[in-house]
Structures are given as C-alpha cells and as structure tokens.
Design a protein around this ligand. Structure first.
Ligand code: NAP
Ligand code: MG
Length: 503
C-alpha cells in the first residue's frame, strides 16, 4: 500500500471511529493494559553521584520524589548544597585534566557508545521509571523519550573523533567543565541532549535534574558507572533551584547549558554576566500551528493533537496556538472536538493511555489559573468529557475558541493540554499573527502546497518549523529558539559548537 493509500485508510478508520464514538457518547473502553513494573527496582534512597562515587549530601538533607499520577512517594533523593556542588565541580575539573581531555577521541567515543547501548538494553526499565516519576504515558516514554535519548548518545559518539571535520578544517578544543541544568518534561532525554555532546567534545559534566523528576538521571548515573567512565567525567547533583543557582555561580565552571523557563533563564544570564562562562539557553515557547484551508484536515487534526496534547502539553515547542484559515475554522473545530472525545486519559503505565498526569500540583495550579483567565477574558472553552482519576494531578484536554490576540491564553505559555484556536484570512495575516509573540521556538505549517511551506518558513521567526507534521525530533537536527525562547542550538553539527572553542 502506498503512503497516500495508507493515510487515506487511516483517516477513514479515524472517521468511523469518531462517528461510532459519537453515537455511543464517547470512545469504547479498552481493557486495562498496564505495563508490568515488578522487575523495576527503585532504591529507597539515592545519594549524589560525584567523582564516580555515591556520596551523602553534606547537609544530610533528602527530599521525596513522588508519582504525580498516584501521589505515592517513590524515593528519597539527596539535596545538594553549594558545598556538594563545589565537590562535584572539583571532581569534574580533575577528571577533565587527568583523563577526559587527554584521551584519544576514538577512545572517548567508545565510552559514549557504551552508554547508548546500555540505555537501549535498559529501555523498558527507564521508560517505566520515567512514567512513574513524571506522569507521562508509557507509550511516549517507551517510543519517544528513551529511544531518542539512546539516539543522542549514538549520534554524538560518532562525532567524537571527527570534530575537525565538523568545523571546516578548523581545529577545536573542549571548554572544560560544563554545568547543565534541565527541566522535568523530558528528564532523561534532556540529560542526553546535554551530556552526549559535552562528552563527545571532550568536556566533563555536572548535571542537575529537576526536583520533581530526578530518577532517570540517577539511573543514568548507574549506567555511566557500569560503563566505567573515568571517575568525575559525569557528576549528577540532585536538588531544587538553589542547587542549580550554586552550579551557575561556581567560578570554576566554563559553560552553563540550561533548559527551562524564560524567567529562570534570565536570572542565569544576569548571574553570569561579566564572567567568561559560555551560555546556551533553551527556554519557553508559544508556538503557532498554522492550518491552511487546502491542508489535509484529518492529518492536521492528528498533528494538532500530537502538538499540544502529547505529553500533557508539557512541551516547550508545543503547538499551543492554533491559527486556522477562517474558511475551515468550523470544520477543524468540529473534527478536533470529535478527536478529543477519543483521547484516553489516565494511568501513565497503561499502554493505551494517550494523556497522562500533570507533572506536579504546582504545574496543575498554573494551568488552572490560566484557563480561568481564558474564561474570564471571554473565550469559549471546550474540555474533553473524560473522567479524572481521584488521586494525582490531572487536567482534561481543552481548547479555547474566540480568544483575542491580546488575551493571556494567546500570549502566555500554559505548559498544559490547553490549546487556543484563532483564525486568519490571508497568508500574510497568518505570518503576522504567528510572529506576534515574545517567543520563537517552533511552528507548524499545514498545507497542500510545498511552495507555501517554504514561503512561510522563511518568514516565521521560530527556530524549528515543521511542515505537515509536528513534534518530530532527531539528533542530527539542530533545535533551539529565537527571541525570548533563548539562544544556542542543541543537536546536529550546530549543537557541537556550544561545547567547543574553535581555534
Ligand atoms: P524552571 O523552573 O526554569 O526549571 C528548570 C531547571 O532549572 C530545574 O532543574 C530547576 O530546578 C532549575 N532552577 C530553578 N531555579 C533556578 C535558578 N535560580 N538557578 C538555576 N537553576 C534553577 O522550568 P520548569 O518549570 O522546570 O520547566 C518548564 C519550562 O521549561 C517551560 O517554560 C518550558 O518551555 C521550558 N522548557 C524549554 C525547553 C527548550 O528546549 N526550549 C525544553 C523543556 C522545557 P527545580 O525544578 O528542581 O526547582
Ligand atoms: Mg516525581
């Protein structure tokens, strides 16, 4: 069957599914299909991984990491103070000077390949822990997060001994110690995005995962230990904001790589101003997903769903503003409503779940506040009629129509499964509205005309632009923002330049 035939058959099935679902009120129930977790071992307590050893925090303090879908405590995790961060940076410096920078690049590559293979071997366990700790559906952690994390290590292992070719005959050298701070929405994947290029380029690392999702970074520390990397090449310090701030402030760190909110990104930029530290920032977004009247609408609706309801909208590049050509607005909204009624929300470990739990109580409050603002400002809300579990943090897939450009739901990052639908009449108007944001991380274009995609891609101020698809990632492709979405790129040849000095 050709791809076109396949997609026609798929859309016919989708349509009949939707109409059946409507007839019976909502989608039929699937029998529960929970992923077994009996082979997964989460330790009751995790120390800091510093200098190749598991060390207790100097303060003796630990915090709990919980499952947002059940509110159960999963483990105690060490809280690193400035003193612990200092020890980690010292370990990274020693490892840099003694082993890593001196090692033949082809040898470095072998270690990175080993990490990649170990992630593949332990993929199932990593996916389950990712879903337990962060609330994302197992089908995403299993099919997206973990395979992509392995792919980033494989890809960068390949670069380790070819760096001279990456910069057109120029020689490069590593920067030294990289301090890396990551958010909770793609915990292991963000760790891979940061650690893999740093190691490939000959740097050593101190990584701080987010407070609500530290577990897979700690499992990665075990993998790194088993891969027998020289002690101190990778150090993992868990904690909250102050731990990250201590890493940023440390005088012996050569580079800070940060992914997180624009607010904290600005604080970091201020904190290192005047120092010689290098910086890359991957911050927030408010991406426009632009649907022209000539687009394959059923596919576009799948793209919208993938763009905003995927991972509960906890995606910096989420297509959170939908710009629809006015002539197809009503039909797109109708199709979207039908589709939302078929999304299955619930247990993240169930293989049929489409929408999992909101990552934390705090994030849920933020989503509720912005949704209330949307209603208050006069937009029309539609939420999928799904039952929310009693325990845990949940928000139903939701969209707003009739929102003004200036409203909060059209301007602010909601970081939840909430879409704001607006319209346009001409391509120029679509460009103007899409660019009418302080962010510039990503965008999507849906149309039958390739020329229109190229025309628009040249005019949109966004670092990543998808044509007739959404949320597709690959380690070879650079990712990063414009404007208040940050600067610097991760992935691809561009991403390497964030971790080297070209001499
Ligand atoms: P966040 O509050 O900025 O936190 C990100 C990381 O920074 C966490 O590890 C956090 O620690 C730490 N941190 C907090 N305060 C700090 C400080 N003063 N100095 C140094 N580190 C500090 O962001 P979030 O709420 O976790 O994540 C959501 C945001 O990240 C969204 O805005 C989203 O758009 C953005 N994001 C962007 C990308 C991208 O590639 N552009 C990717 C994913 C997410 P604790 O969490 O432990 O407090
Ligand atoms: Mg957690």
């Amino acid at each position: 069957m050709s791809t076109q035939e396949l997609s026609r058959t798929k859309s016919a099935i989708d349509k009949s599914t939707a109409s059946l679902a409507l007839e019976f009120g909502h989608a039929w129930d699937y029998a529960p299909a929970p992923e077994a977790k009996d082979h997964v071992r989460i330790q009751p307590r995790y120390d800091l991984f510093v200098g190749g050893r598991w060390t207790a925090p100097k303060s003796g303090k630990y915090f709990l990491t919980t499952s947002p879908s059940t509110e159960e405590s999963l483990a105690e995790v060490a809280e690193a103070s400035a003193e612990d961060v200092d020890l980690a940076v010292k370990a990274a410096r020693t490892a840099y000077e003694k082993y890593w920078a001196k090692m033949r690049p082809a040898e470095r590559a072998k270690y990175i390949f080993r990490i990649a293979r170990a992630i593949q071997e332990k993929a199932r366990e990593l996916a389950i822990v990712e879903s337990m700790d962060g609330g994302k559906p197992i089908k995403e952690s299993r099919d997206v997060d973990i395979p992509l994390a392995a792919a980033h290590f494989f890809y960068h292992a390949g670069w380790a001994d070819k760096l001279d070719y990456a910069f057109h005959g120029r020689k490069v050298r590593p920067l030294g110690v990289a301090g890396q701070i990551i958010p909770w929405n793609f915990p292991l994947l963000m760790a891979a995005w940061k650690i893999a290029p740093a190691l490939a380029c000959g740097n050593t690392v101190v990584l701080k995962p987010a407070e609500t999702t530290p577990l897979t970074a700690l499992l990665l520390a075990h993998i790194i230990e088993e891969a027998e990397l020289p002690p101190g090449v990778v150090n993992i310090v868990t904690g909250a904001g102050p731990t990250g701030a201590a890493l940023v402030a440390h005088p012996d760190v050569n580079k800070i790589a940060f992914t997180g909110s624009t607010e904290v990104g600005k604080k970091i930029q201020k904190a290192i101003a005047g120092s010689r530290k290098r910086l890359t920032l991957e911050l927030g977004g408010k991406a426009a997903n632009v649907i022209f009247g000539d687009a394959p609408l059923d596919q576009a609706v799948e793209g919208i769903v993938n763009g905003i309801y995927f991972n509960q909208g906890h995606v910096c590049c989420a297509g959170s503003r939908l710009l629809v050509e006015e002539s197809v607005h009503d039909v797109v909204v109708k199709k979207l409503k039908d589709r939302l009624q078929n999304l299955r929300l619930g247990d993240p470990l169930d293989k049929n779940t489409d929408v999992g739990a909101i990552n934390s109580k705090m994030q849920l409050e933020k989503i509720k506040e912005l949704v209330a603002a949307g209603e208050h400002e006069g937009a029309t809300r539609y939420s999928a009629p799904c039952a929310l579990p009693d325990k845990g943090y949940w928000f139903p897939p939701t969209f707003f129509t009739g929102a003004a450009q200036a409203s909060r739901i059209a301007r602010e990052e909601i970081f939840g499964p909430v879409l704001t639908v607006m319209t346009f009449r001409t391509p120029d108007e679509a460009v103007e509205k899409a660019n009418n944001t302080m962010y510039g991380l990503s965008a999507g274009i849906w149309t039958d005309k390739g020329a229109k995609i190229f025309w628009m891609a040249g005019k949109l101020k966004a670092g990543v632009i998808w044509g007739n698809t959404y949320n597709k990632f690959d380690p070879t492709s650079p990712f990063g923002g414009y404007k208040e979405s940050g600067f610097g790129r991760e992935g691809g040849r561009h991403g390497l330049s964030a971790y080297v000095e070209v001499v």
